[in-house]
Design a binder for this molecule. Structure first.
Ligand code: SAM
Length: 281
């Protein structure tokens, strides 16, 4: 059964004030603590991750528990694992999550925890990610997608744009190629900076990522190849690659992958990068 919070539960603003979470601004900035307080927005984000089925849920950075409470509302037999780096939040969590049996908080750096080490079940990740580690967390998960069923993540808008861009767009780059090869990605909810307390300098976007069934043979090589290419996104692919690989092999690989020698990395689709990576290795 899902846990039902009392009707008169404290608002997130009240929790933030009672625990004086923003007292030390240097500290809260260090942890990227910009909190969502709007209940309907929080529930809208959680609804993007439904149905939960029988997966376990993982939230990074529960903070004052706005998103956490919204997730719990939709949990049935699901278990919620939260990872929070700020240990000062422990008394707040003990209080706000008192009585919630299917939720545990682990006080650690999320970069150090492999989601699969938390549970043998499938995992759905739902999180308003801390800005400073959001991209690195996503890359870690992409490189280790086993048992991750889906991810509903809030990023700063500029990062979400890079993840979801298609060839020809100015934000299209390595992150778009690697993410879109491994997952179906969808932009879902634009979130104004004014929805946060305190407001950050930039707007955000919620995106959903669903891992694909594809097998990417050598992801390390693909990462290297895209790094070479997007360092010089406007140069011709042939002239970039011949610096790193044997020239006849580059010419043959481009021909076999139906990529023009004069094509520029910013116009080449993720699937073509994958094919090229497999030819060049
Ligand atoms: N979930 C809350 C919300 O939506 O309002 C808070 C989100 S706030 C943007 C990011 C949260 O992640 C903060 O609680 C912060 O302390 C925590 N955090 C920052 N870096 C972290 C890390 N490396 N590992 C785990 N949690 C982290």
């Amino acid at each position: 059964m899902n846990y039902v919070f009392p009707q008169n539960q404290e608002s997130i603003r009240q929790i933030i004030t009672r625990y004086n979470l923003l007292k030390d601004r240097r500290r809260s900035k260090h942890f990227g603590q910009h909190f969502l307080c709007d209940q309907s927005l929080l529930e809208k984000i959680v609804k993007c991750s439904l149905p939960f089925g029988d997966a376990d849920i993982l939230e990074i950075g529960p903070g004052p528990c706005g998103l956490t409470r919204a997730i719990i509302k939709f949990c049935d037999s699901n278990r919620l694992h939260c990872i929070e780096k700020d240990t000062m939040l422990e008394p707040l969590h003990r209080d706000v999550l008192n009585g919630v049996e299917n939720c545990r908080v682990i006080y650690e750096d999320a970069l150090k925890i492999r989601p699969q080490s938390l549970t043998p079940r499938k995992i759905i990740i739902v999180s308003n990610l801390p800005y400073n580690v959001g991209t690195q967390l996503l890359i870690n998960w992409l490189l280790d997608l086993k048992d991750i069923e889906k991810m509903v993540l809030m990023f700063q808008k500029e990062v979400a744009d890079r993840i979801c861009s298609v060839p020809g767009m100015k934000e299209y780059g390595r992150l778009s190629v690697i993410t879109q090869l491994l997952c179906n990605v969808e932009k879902l909810v634009p979130v104004s900076r004014l929805a946060f307390y305190p407001p950050p300098k930039v707007d955000s976007t919620v995106i959903r990522l669903i891992p694909k069934a594809v097998k990417v043979g050598n992801i390390d090589h693909l990462q290297r190849l895209t790094q070479y290419c997007f360092q010089h996104r406007r140069k011709m692919i042939y002239s970039i690659l011949k610096k790193y690989y044997d020239e006849p092999k580059v010419a043959m690989s481009l021909r076999e992958c139906c990529i023009e020698k004069t094509a520029r990395p910013e116009t080449i689709a993720p699937q073509k990068f994958l094919a090229l990576s497999e030819h060049l290795i």
